[in-house]
Ligand binder design. Structure first.
Ligand SMILES: NCc1[nH]cc(CCC(=O)O)c1CC(=O)O
Length: 322
């Protein structure tokens, strides 16, 4: 029998501080985390404080909203300031989109709590067309994601891809203004913001394999913080963890940054995990994919193994721009 150390739960006088970026999606995710914790521990919302942290990524993105993210910087662009606040005690936990998180965390921090995963699919957004296959030759498509760009060009080399950023409202406005005929966003974000509606069609993973960890929220904390560990364990979703362990191990072995077009998705079927992965040349001229099936506990090994297979098939220079 284990004797559990009692934890002092947060209260309105001494709230648990939840750090997040300030975007509408980030805030929705922080609120979901607070609501789950409050419900599980039967605490009022005031026992939690949502602390909005501005990151370098938010800053520079505002200065040059049309500059490709890959030119602005890379690792930790949206996480550095949040992780500094965690380490210094300014916040107790931090809520992240796992899709945007590097595969390693700084010394002293741990990211091992996941909320139940949302819809993993990408969404096709267009006021005029209903599917990629129906786009007329040479159509202008807006996306800032290297993965989506490469996947689109692989299927449809005739399409013209233009840089497209901003929140859902901005993108819809741009589409209405004719800047591009269609764009793409993750279903998960749209669902979390209650923004699904007209002109939006989910895309089967068979047609567009999503990004690693798409649709998953992860919560980071100080490794030594026993109270946060115990509280987060209560809302942690193990099936999501099993899937992300496999997908992120795939990404880690590929050494993926947001500068390489990589897709990966694990699904569970009973005790079996099915992992699919894909890597593409940035210009879409070549795509390599593979899969593994095996026991759930072997997910991380399968991810690394699949990554090595694809790297071997790809050879040197696969990710370089031609
Ligand atoms: N890179 C931005 C980002 N990070 C997470 C999401 C959506 C939510 C998710 O996938 O969990 C998005 C926007 C998008 O791709 O539509």
């Amino acid at each position: 029998m284990t004797i559990e150390t009692p934890i002092t739960l947060p209260s309105p006088d001494a709230p648990l501080k939840i750090g997040t970026r300030g975007s509408p999606l980030a805030l929705a995710q922080a609120h979901e985390t607070r609501d789950r914790l409050a419900a599980h521990f039967d605490l009022p919302a005031e026992a939690f404080e949502i602390v909005v942290i501005k990151t370098t990524g938010d800053d520079r993105a505002m200065i040059a909203a049309d500059r490709p993210l890959k030119e602005i910087g890379n690792k930790g662009l949206f996480t550095k300031e949040i992780e500094e606040q965690l380490l210094s005690g300014g916040i107790d936990i931090a809520v992240h989109s796992m899709k945007d998180m590097p595969t390693e965390q700084p010394e002293g921090l741990i990211l091992d709590c996941y909320l139940p995963r949302e819809d993993v699919r990408d969404c096709f957004i267009s006021p005029a067309h209903s599917a990629i296959a129906e786009l007329p030759e040479g159509t202008v498509v807006g996306t800032s994601s290297l993965r989506r760009r490469a996947q689109l060009l692989h299927r449809r080399p005739d399409l013209q891809v233009v840089e497209f950023r901003g929140n859902v409202q901005t993108r819809l406005k741009k589409l209405e203004d004719g800047v591009a005929a269609c764009s793409f966003l993750a279903m998960a974000g749209l669902n979390r913001m209650n923004m699904t509606g007209e002109h939006m069609t989910p895309i089967d993973p068979e047609d567009m394999l999503p990004a690693v960890a798409q649709g998953a929220i992860g919560i980071e904390r100080r490794t030594a913080d026993g109270r946060a560990a115990a509280m987060l364990d209560a809302i942690h979703d193990r099936p999501t963890q099993a899937r992300l362990d496999a997908e992120r191990s795939f990404l880690r072995t590929l050494d993926g940054s947001c500068e390489t077009p990589i897709a990966g998705l694990a699904l569970l079927d009973g005790d079996t995990l099915w992992l699919r992965g894909e890597i593409l040349r940035p210009d879409g001229t070549e795509a390599l994919s593979g899969e593994r099936r095996g026991p759930i506990a072997e997910g991380a090994r399968m991810g690394a193994d699949l990554a090595r297979e694809l790297l071997e098939r790809a050879g040197e220079g696969f990710f370089a721009w031609k």
